[in-house]
Design a protein around this ligand. Structure first.
Ligand SMILES: C[S@@+](CC[C@H](N)C(=O)[O-])C[C@H]1O[C@@H](n2cnc3c(N)ncnc32)[C@H](O)[C@@H]1O
Length: 288
């Protein structure tokens, strides 16, 4: 899929819960190729009120071209939010649409693909040190089993970890994906390497660590009356978001009120149109 074809997930729900008004300020912590940003900026009607963050330099190049007036930050969202807190900036609208972009999954050279034989990479930011090659070839069997089970929710994690260790060194994505096929000789429509690749990707990019530490900073950055929306794609991510929002929305000194009591998921229609929306869960809250 071309970059311009990236379809923003739960787009109408994002507009409904953020309810952007003309002149409000907007922080997009995972701006990607600007799908959601384009819609929100249209409503706030002033791109210079927008701050767009992404850790991927390819996304940043596209954002810089399209949103000339916006402030664009090439960084992981934890570092970016810490920096913004230091400058005492506040935002009326904050969005994080977690995970990978279609560019990551569909551009074979990024090393996320098990359809093409490419070096094991999976870094969202090519300047990061840790790569999938390092995880797969150097982590202990026990560590791999834990990661594959927790992040991939893979029932055969231990067997898969054993296979990986027995077949090292693994040099490319197809070699890794073939091991998943051996563990799951008969499989459904979902490629047997899907959960394994998700797990390795989450580890390489420290996705849960980033989210857990970013959430309190996002709250610091939210102006009174400001709205925060998070879209997650994994039960561990959703649990972190749910607990964080619930904790700050309870008690007499609560800083937030929940906009969504339950997570909002995509309609059947949206999923048919955009399969990535299948596991999306959106939660939102407003600063008091
Ligand atoms: C699902 S895409 C976002 C798509 C975007 N909302 C749109 O509509 O085009 C997720 C983006 O977040 C970025 N990303 C993921 N984790 C990040 C992090 N910890 N810090 C900064 N960017 C991150 C990825 O590089 C990717 O471009």
């Amino acid at each position: 899929m071309a970059k311009s074809e990236h379809i923003p997930v739960l787009a109408s729900v994002v507009l409904e819960v953020l309810a952007p008004e003309k002149g409000e300020s907007y922080l997009d912590l995972t701006a990607g190729y600007g799908g959601h940003a384009r819609l929100v900026i249209e409503k706030i009607a002033n791109s210079s009120r927008a701050t767009l963050v992404d850790r991927d330099s390819s996304a940043i190049k596209t954002l810089a071209k399209e949103f000339a007036g916006a402030k664009i930050i090439h960084s992981d969202f934890l570092t970016a939010s810490e920096l913004l807190v230091k400058t005492s900036t506040k935002f009326d609208l904050i969005l994080a649409d977690l995970g990978v972009s279609s560019e990551h999954l569909n551009n074979p050279s990024r090393g996320f693909s098990f359809q093409h034989s490419v070096p094991l990479d999976m870094r969202m930011d090519a300047s990061q040190e840790l790569t999938a090659r390092e995880v797969v070839n150097n982590y202990s069997e026990a560590n791999l089993a834990e990661i594959i089970s927790r992040y991939g929710e893979e029932p055969k994690a231990r067997q898969l970890a054993k296979f990986i260790v027995a077949n090292r060194p693994l040099n490319n994505t197809i070699e890794l994906a073939e091991l998943a096929k051996q563990v799951w000789p008969v499989h459904s429509k979902v490629h047997p390497a899907t959960r394994l690749f998700q797990a390795i990707r989450i580890e390489v990019n420290n996705e849960l660590g980033q989210l857990e530490k970013m959430l309190p900073r996002a709250l610091d950055l939210l102006a009174p009356g400001g709205r925060l929306a998070i879209i997650s794609f994994h039960s561990l991510e959703d649990r972190l978001v749910k607990q964080f929002l619930a904790e700050h929305a309870s008690g007499y000194d609560a800083e937030l009120s929940l906009i969504t009591k339950k997570p909002i998921t995509a309609s059947k229609n949206e999923i048919a149109f955009n399969p990535r929306a299948r596991s999306a869960k959106l939660r939102a809250a407003q600063r008091k």
